[in-house]
Structures are given as structure tokens and as C-alpha cells.
Design a protein around this ligand. Sequence first.
Ligand SMILES: CC(=O)SCCNC(=O)CCNC(=O)[C@H](O)C(C)(C)COP(=O)(O)OP(=O)(O)OC[C@H]1O[C@@H](n2cnc3c(N)ncnc32)[C@H](O)[C@@H]1OP(=O)(O)O
Length: 431
Amino acid sequence: MIKLPKQRVYLVDGARTPFLKARSGPGPFTPVDLSVQCGRPLLARQKFDRKALDLVILGCVNVIADEMNPARVAALRLGLGEQMVAFTMQINCGSGMQSIDTAYRYIRDGSHQMILAGGAEALSHSPLVLRNSAVEWFGKMNAAKGPLDQARAMAGIKPEFFKPVIGLERGLTDPITELNMGQTAEVLAHRFNIDREMADTYAMQSHHRLASAQKDGTLDDEVLPAFDRDGTVYDHDDGVRPDSDMEGLAKLKPVFEKPYGKVTAGNSSQITDGASWVILASQQAVDEHGLEPIAEIKDSEWAALDPSIMGLGPVMSASPIVQRHGLTLDDINLWELNEAFAAQLLACLAAWEDDDFCRELLGMDKAFGRIDRERLNVDGGAISLGHPVGTSGNRIVLHLANAMKKRGAKRGIATECIGGGLGGAMLLEAV
Ligand SMILES: CC(=O)SCCNC(=O)CCNC(=O)[C@H](O)C(C)(C)COP(=O)(O)OP(=O)(O)OC[C@H]1O[C@@H](n2cnc3c(N)ncnc32)[C@H](O)[C@@H]1OP(=O)(O)O
């Protein structure tokens, strides 16, 4: 058997679009448009020739019909040439991290030197799935020959045809448990006693942190403006509410469990469009092209758990990484834990502090420990900037690398929960 050399893998640069809140209709950009919008300026600022890239991988949950394999469509629109191999990955909210992990493993194992790995999602363009009777009716309409046939087919129209089976909830219901993602957060709020005040306090902090990062220029290299065909410029994450306060948050009614639930529009991640790319390179590519890495990727882990408590995916995936490196939670200087819901994130923190949970699910003899809140999601997260599901995993790795560099942090973990009962985590180290 051929044994390939293990190479060190570096994150050398990355960028994303602003995250744009999905409003009533389709937003200005499709997943590929978003990928091209941030991919073009990202590649333009590199020293290396585009031909030095070996592969393009893109995570995307809701692929749209005229952009099948969006990775390849984006690669061609980015001018990466007909020879560029490009594939798309789907593992729900883990898609954008899975693209980085796959790139990391290819480079580490020696088969590739430099890979463009991204995530793209336009939730405002999510396909509407119609019931079979409606699809049959559209088929008859299409096949109708002549006005009489058409009139006959038209007469069969029913109002129910216009009610999608999967519609504006955008595929956010788990098919096995039939729980909406928000309901899984309610399960965790109940299990770990997360009350409304705790969830709202966390949500308010997310908005304040993002607002301050936007103001002080922290995101300037990371978030590149996007331009639509009318010349409108989109230059910031537009879901942020800098003036968010406890009074306003407290007025919101629970959305997923009425009337006593804890999860509201204010303490949930937002439905958003956005894309993100990172460039990963081997030591050889770094030396050859004179690149300046931001961080080194040291390890990754995927975990599976009961879909109804999928929100604990970060605990199940990040813990084994910390353990196998002989570290404690306190040795991790920065955390990016995707804010699917405030209650879900707080439940993860509570689980790590819970003797019973750590015994039962992590096989430890007591609680793992406490994560310092000042090291967690330091510049906001999906509650304030939104959660384009196929993109977020990519964004949190990119932002973790940038935040580690800015703050001189030695180690960081990016981790997220994944609908369907999975979790993903990556360990980064300063270079
Ligand atoms: C594995 C995983 O990652 S699972 C997670 C996957 N993602 C999800 O499940 C998405 C979860 N989020 C959602 O489904 C949606 O955001 C919902 C259903 C919770 C809310 O949807 P919407 O009602 O469209 O939310 P919207 O952001 O428009 O807020 C509704 C109202 O709440 C109020 N509101 C929202 N945030 C705040 C806030 N911080 N302060 C005060 N009021 C607020 C506003 O009044 C707003 O209406 P307005 O802006 O028109 O005045």
C-alpha cells in the first residue's frame, strides 16, 4: 500500500459576503452568485496564480435547479478554468465545515496542495415543493395540445395546488422526529432549565458584539461587499439590531411551542443568504508561493446523536478533540459555537458543566468544565448576523482564524450542531 506523507495544513485566507436577511421574496443573489461575489475579490488579492488551486469544494444545502453542482458552476464563473475539478457537499448545517474538513484531509494526506473550500446558501431561494396532485396538474397543462385540451386541464385546478408541501419553513424540519429545528431547541431548554431571560440576554449580547465588530472594522477583511445588477451595494450583515434590548426581546412571543416555549424570533438564528470561502494550503504550497498563513488546522471531528437533541452536536464533536489532544476546555482560548438558537447554545454550555450528562454521553467521570463566556463568539454569531445553513460552518472557521490572529490566541475551536442529529468541530492553532 502506498503511504502518503502527512502534510501540515494552513488556512491562508478567506472571505465572505455580507449575510443578507431573507425577506418576503427571493433575495438578489443565488448560491452561485453569492459564491462568485466573494470569491472574485478573494482570489484577486492572492499572490498565487489561480492555476495553483487543485480543487474547489462547496457546501450547499438548498441547491437550486438551474445551478446543479454549484461548486463547478461557481468555479467556472470564477475563471478557474475548464480543468478545475469541483464538487458540492451536503450535510445540512455542517456543509460549509465539511468542505473545509474534506480539503484539510486531502491536503494532509498529500494528494493536494491548495484547495478553495466554501459554503453558499440562499435560503430566500429555497425551492418550494408542491404536492403530487399539483405536479400532475402542471404536467397535464404542459402536455395539453390546443386550446380545448388546455381549457379542460385548466378546469382541474384546485386552490390546494398553491400550498407547498415544503415551503417557507425551508426544510428545517427533521424527517425522522418530525420536530422543527426550533422545537429541538425547546427540548434542550427544558432539559437544561434555560429560561427566557437567559436566552434573551445571550441574544442581546450577540447583537451588541456584532454591532461593535462592524463599527471597529474587525470584519473589514472578512466581509467583502456584494453588488447586484442594479448597482445596489450590500456591505454589511443586515440582520443586526444594534439597539436590541431586554425589553424589546421580552415582548416577543414563543414561535415553536406556544404559549410557554422559550424560543422566539429574537433568540433564534435568522433565515439568511450568504457565502464564504477559505483557501487551504500545504506547507509546500505556502513555501512555494510565499503565503502567510492565518492559522493551522490541527484536527476535526464529526459526531452523531439523537436528532431530537441535535443542538448538543458541539458537545459531542468538540469534546473528543479536546480530550485526544490532552487539553481541558480552559486550554481553548477562543470558541466559535454556531448560534442556531440561544437556548441550544446555552444548553451546550450547561451540558459541559453537568456531571450526569458528561458521564452518560461523554463517558467521563464528572463534568468536563466551564467555557469562559468572554472567549465565546466574541464578535456575535448567527442570532445577530444570520445563519445561511450551508455557509455557517465555513464562516465560523474563517472567523475563528481571524479572531485568533487579532487577539493573539493560541488555540481555537469552531463547532456547530447539525440538523438530523450530527455535530462538527475543528481545532485551529496559531502559526
Ligand atoms: C442545525 C441548526 O443550525 S438548526 C437552525 C437552523 N435554522 C433555523 O431553524 C432558523 C430559525 N429561525 C427561524 O425559523 C425564523 O427566524 C423565525 C421563525 C424564528 C422567525 O422568523 P420571522 O418571524 O421571519 O423573524 P423576524 O426576524 O422577521 O422577526 C420577527 C419580529 O420579531 C421581532 N424581533 C426579532 N428580533 C428582535 C430583537 N432582537 N429585538 C426586538 N425585536 C425583535 C421584530 O419585531 C420582528 O419583526 P419586524 O422586524 O418586522 O418588526
